[in-house]
Design a protein around this ligand. Sequence first.
Ligand code: DX5
Ligand code: ZN
Length: 229
Amino acid sequence: MKLKQLSNNNILIAPSLLAADFSNLKKAICGVEEGGADLLHLDIMDGHFVPNLTIGPPLIKSIRKYSGLIFDAHLMITDPLKYVESFVNAGADHITFHVESNNSPREVIEKVKYYNKTAGISIKPKTSVESVLPYLSEVDMILVMTVEPGFGGQKFMPDMMDKVRVLREKIKSANSNVHIQVDGGINEETVKTAFDNGANNFVAGTSVFRHPMGVKAAIDILKKTMLTA
Ligand code: DX5
Ligand code: ZN
């Protein structure tokens, strides 16, 4: 499955592996796949672009064989251009990088496309939505961060919804299939706000992997919450 085959009118859930039990990743991944996840969100941090370190290509490569989900790599790294190839070789299907990175966004997008993968561009909370508008016709996803990138388990920032609304409007009028992803603090209380403002692709770490009723119930609840008035 490729992101391009999915409509940006579909509600898609992307559990963030960062909140999973790292001592049993196989179980975590199979659990969310069986539980109805649409993508697997992989948070890559380099201790430079953001003040935290997480996982890299070798780990992605080792989990690839356990899942058919779209591997959605979120690169919170300096020099994404330099690492696109490694993430593609490790098994990423989709690569999102930050517009605030030091590379030319257009060059990164071109490189991702060269490998026949889908590309996304992300903005941190303090970055304006205008900074990604020039790339709207070149990417498959825009990721609006709803927390400061670097850590899971933070509080959703409702102020980011203005950006989501602007994007949905532009995407609608261009009749384009660009997905609007939100990431950070998405749970039963906040997901509907993001959905009502126009997001269709929801990253959820803590609220899925640490849900007391389990991952399947967590995904079901998120989806149901959006569909009820
Ligand atoms: C934050 C990451 C997120 C994070 C989300 O920098 O990009 O994907 O894992 O975690 P929750 O859903 O717990 O806020
Ligand atoms: Zn993320």
